[in-house]
Every structure is written in structure tokens, then in C-alpha cells.
Design a protein around this ligand. Structure first.
Ligand code: AMP
Ligand code: ZN
Ligand code: FE
Ligand code: FE
Length: 283
């Protein structure tokens, strides 16, 4: 089994990298990637623990970008963690997140929900604050019962306390990941809340800047959407990937190993990475 998309406590997952690897082992995972939002801080621990358990570990990340006020997530695989320029750029993203958190808290206060930054920071182990952390406090304070309700009422795309991560342009994200030597994949394109033709334009625009593939193996993706995206990918010679997007055991029915991809599909990614490295050597 192969799972290339999951989150640890270094972003908004509830398991530490070590606990993720333990669970992956239980679920018979042979190849895995940790893809925390906007940071690579859990990868070292993940790799050490994965190697102990004989699991092949891929350095991953899921970078949040923005296009026309909606979130676009871009995955990078086989990251080079020695790339100082890339690490600096990530720091910059994390600062932008911090500012956004403050803006969200302001909007919530206007709606009568008072939450302080230190309350949010109490929910976070790493330095990447996400909406789920804020959502937990909203629930604790009794303004909603479920995560879905929080996103539906307050934090989801376009809702009253939604703040896009302004300034993180999707093309910039692809370029930075390419400069790092990563294989670059558009995460869960079926969840992008733009109309279909806009999504196709997004894909074509990103391809021009180096996008390598689409994430199409994903829990609960509707077959019709998958087939449609599959055609789009085939026409453009994009590779396909997949993963569970596991965030912890609180999401009913989502576990490590869902979104499993075959060894053949994974092999295409490996070949892509080899090609990228070869081309870079020739420059
Ligand atoms: P952020 O990175 O701060 O924009 O938060 C995005 C994260 O919020 C996603 O990766 C999900 O983990 C979570 N999320 C987004 N929409 C929902 C939803 N409707 N219900 C629960 N969690 C959500
Ligand atoms: Zn997340
Ligand atoms: Fe995502
Ligand atoms: Fe994710």
C-alpha cells in the first residue's frame, strides 16, 4: 500500500510523525509521504521512524496558494531539505499565515466570537496555524458542534470569517517547488470550489509553469469527477498521484492507506523525479 498525503501535528493533523508511521505500519503501508501544510518540520522525524520500520519515506509538503479568493493546494514531493532559499521562502509563508490568523480572529470578534491569539497557539504544536485549530476553539466555546458546522458558518471559503492567504500566488508556489527539484502535483483538484472550466484553466496555467500531475486517488472522490479529471490529465500527459489526506482519527472513515495508488502509478512519479534531476544536471 502507498499513501502520499497525510498531516502530522506539525500542521493540523492530530498524530505526531512518529505516531503516523506507527499507524502506517499497522495499515501495511510500504511507501508514504508526510505532506504538512506550508512546512517541512516533521520530515526528519518521519524519515527516521519510517526507516526503522522499513517504510520508504518521501519528503512532502502541501503548500496553500490562492487564486481568485479560493484556496488551491499544491503538493511537492521528493523535496530537497538542504535548499536554504526554499526554507527561507517557507518561513515567509508561515509569517503570512500568522497575519491571516489575526485577521480571522478580528472577523470572528466582529461576529461576537472572542478568541485570543494565545488561545489558538495553545492548540498548535508546530508553528503553522490553520483554520482547524481556530475551529476547535469555536467548538469549545459552544458556537458550533461539529467542524463542518464551523466551516459552513464561519471559516469555509467565502464565509463571514474567511480570509484567503493573500499574496501566495499559485504560480509562485509551483515555481518555488520546481526550483527545489520537487515533483509538483495539484492537490485534490475535485475540491477546488471554482467552476469546471476555471479549474481547467488553472491546470493549464500551472502546467506552463511546471506542474507535473494531479492528485486523483482520494477518499470519496465521485467517479464522474475522477473520470473527467482523468481525461484532462491524459490529454496533457500529466502523472497521477493519490493519498488519504489523513488528519487524525477524528475524521470518520478516513484512515492512512485510503487513496492508495498502485506501484505502477508510483513508478511514474519516481521516473519523473529522475528526469527532473537529470535535466538539472545538464544545465
Ligand atoms: P487552512 O490551511 O488554514 O486554510 O485550513 C485548511 C484546512 O482546513 C484543510 O486542510 C482541512 O484540514 C480543513 N478544512 C477545510 N474545510 C473543512 C471542512 N469543511 N470541514 C473540516 N475541515 C475542513
Ligand atoms: Zn489540513
Ligand atoms: Fe488540501
Ligand atoms: Fe491535505
Amino acid at each position: 500500500m502507498i499513501d502520499l498525503h497525510m498531516h502530522s501535528t506539525f500542521s493540523d493533523g492530530t498524530l505526531t510523525p512518529t505516531q503516523l508511521i506507527e499507524r502506517a505500519k499497522q495499515n501495511n503501508i510500504e511507501v508514504m509521504a508526510i505532506t504538512d501544510h506550508d512546512n517541512v518540520d516533521g520530515l526528519k522525524e518521519g524519515r527516521i521512524e519510517a526507516e526503522k520500520k522499513g517504510i520508504t519515506f518521501i519528503n512532502g509538503i502541501e503548500v496553500s496558494a490562492n487564486f481568485l479568493n479560493k484556496d488551491i493546494h499544491i503538493l511537492g514531493y521528493f523535496l530537497n531539505l538542504e535548499d536554504e532559499e526554499f526554507l527561507e521562502w517557507l518561513k515567509n509563508l508561515q509569517e503570512k499565515r500568522q497575519n491571516r490568523t489575526l485577521e480571522i480572529l478580528k472577523k470572528l470578534a466582529d461576529l461576537g466570537i472572542d478568541i485570543s491569539l494565545s488561545e489558538v497557539e495553545g492548540e498548535v504544536l508546530g508553528n503553522v496555524i490553520g483554520r482547524p485549530h481556530i475551529a476547535k476553539i469555536i467548538i469549545k466555546k459552544g458556537f458550533a458542534v461539529t467542524m463542518d458546522q464551523v466551516f459552513d458558518r464561519y471559516l469555509g471559503d467565502g464565509k463571514p470569517a474567511y480570509v484567503p492567504k493573500v499574496g501566495v500566488d499559485m504560480v509562485e508556489v509551483v515555481k518555488k517547488l520546481k526550483a527545489n527539484g520537487a515533483v509538483v502535483i495539484l492537490a485534490h483538484p475535485h475540491l477546488i470550489s471554482h467552476p469546471d472550466d476555471t479549474v481547467i484553466n488553472i491546470i493549464d496555467n500551472l502546467i506552463k509553469n511546471g506542474l507535473d500531475g494531479l492528485e486523483l486517488y482520494y477518499p470519496n472522490i465521485a467517479l464522474r469527477k475522477k473520470n473527467k479529471l482523468m481525461k484532462i490529465a491524459k490529454k496533457r500527459d500529466l502523472i497521477l498521484t493519490g493519498g488519504s489526506d489523513f488528519h487524525g482519527l477524528h475524521r470518520a472513515g478516513i484512515d492512512i492507506g485510503l487513496g492508495n495508488i498502485s506501484t505502477e502509478v508510483f513508478q511514474k512519479m519516481v521516473e519523473k523525479k529522475e528526469k527532473i534531476d537529470k535535466n538539472r544536471k545538464n544545465i
